[in-house]
Design a protein around this ligand. Structure first.
Ligand code: P6P
Length: 349
């Protein structure tokens, strides 16, 4: 019987690696874990209770809001407020920043950017969805927390991760010392270490992109897709195509099996679709800490200058060799100084 290590035990054991840590980040990660278990309970019984379907409202992204989106957002905000370790939240569901100005959070030093329920269009058809979170340390304790504290480059994240509500519920996170995966054991209500020190395969045979938008893609992406489809046994091509429509699911598969996930800029989403702050940056941090690669087709996502909380970016995340190959096609067919590539310069200082 192998020893079960719960998320809580793991966080405390790893906290010992940070001699000056006083436990705040550990408690913050614990709070996120607790909220994830509450959301998981509702996701797992969606369909049995009146929590499917739409609220009838539209969020800042112009997307129709699902009831479970609202529920998940409320759970994470509530957990972060009551935990006392977070002083500000940037949520995909909220147009403005949420300032936590309470007695217990007055000395809080962390900011959380979160997509409470990513892939919500899949909820009603029982396909995996996820939560994505990113944690920054506020720049100074001497001035009131402000938007500047969350508009930091992805390189400045102190922790990041995701929860995938799928055939099992997993929490995968990093604090910059590798990436570790925990699977929820419903019988004890604990996330248990199941994927220690995850390593993304350096290459793979699965490409993941919504080919329905092919005609809108930059030439470099079109050429890379055709490269994936060419018969060449020496490089195990043609590759397999897999696209779930939940970035967490598509990137989790790449992390475990190898592969590349691409959501590029295009004529219908000129800056890409995924949001930098609470989707691309945390997923990129997790991927890089597992040995993967994450770029906007030209440069590291974690180096992109963040100028707005709902800023979007093109995304190429996955096995390092596959992302490098896609970047070669972008450099050759959609170079940065071309109309297709020049837009990305707006995203970097
Ligand atoms: P499309 C979910 O809404 C999401 O933000 C990502 O999780 C997912 O990868 C993408 O959008 C799917 O977008 O345009 O292919 O339906």
């Amino acid at each position: 019987m192998t020893k079960v290590i719960t998320l809580g035990q793991f966080i405390i054991e790893r906290q010992a690696d940070f001699p000056y840590a006083k436990g705040e980040l550990s408690r913050l990660l614990r709070d996120i874990g607790i909220a994830s278990k509450i959301v998981n309970r509702e996701v797992n019984k969606a369909g049995l209770v009146d929590i499917l379907g739409e609220t009838g409202s539209v969020n800042i992204q112009g997307e129709r809001v699902k009831k479970l989106d609202v529920y998940a957002n409320e759970q994470f905000i509530s957990a972060l407020k009551s935990g006392g370790e977070c002083c500000m939240i940037a949520s995909e569901e909220n147009e403005e920043l949420i300032f936590i100005d309470s007695e217990i959070s007055s000395e809080a030093k962390y900011i959380v950017a979160i997509d409470p329920l990513d892939g919500s269009s899949n909820i009603d058809v029982n396909v995996s969805v996820g939560t994505i979170f990113s944690i920054y340390r506020r720049r100074s304790m001497d001035v009131p927390v402000s938007a500047e504290d969350v508009l930091q480059r992805g390189l400045r994240q102190v922790a990041a991760g995701y929860v995938i509500y799928g055939s099992s519920t997993m929490l995968v996170y990093t604090t910059g010392c590798g990436t570790n995966g925990f699977t929820l054991d419903p019988s004890i209500g604990e996330f248990c270490l199941s994927h220690p020190d995850l390593k993304m395969p350096q290459t793979g045979t699965i490409y993941s992109v919504n080919e329905g938008y092919y005609v809108h893609f930059p030439e470099g992406v079109k050429k890379y897709i055709k490269y994936c489809q060419v018969e060449d046994p020496s490089t195990q091509r043609p590759y397999t195509s897999r696209y779930v429509g939940s970035a967490v699911a598509d990137i989790h598969r790449s992390l475990i099996k190898g592969g590349i996930f691409i959501y590029p800029s295009s004529s219908h989403v000129p800056q890409g679709k995924l949001r930098l702050l609470y989707e691309a940056n945390p997923l990129s941090f997790v991927a890089e800490q597992a040995g993967g690669r994450a770029s906007d087709g030209y440069r590291r996502i974690l180096e992109i200058k963040t100028t707005a909380i709902h800023q979007r970016t093109p995304v190429f995340i996955g096995s390092a060799e596959m992302v490098k190959k896609a970047e070669e096609f972008m450099a050759r067919y959609s170079p940065r100084n071309s109309p297709e590539g020049s837009l990305n310069d707006l995203l970097v200082e």
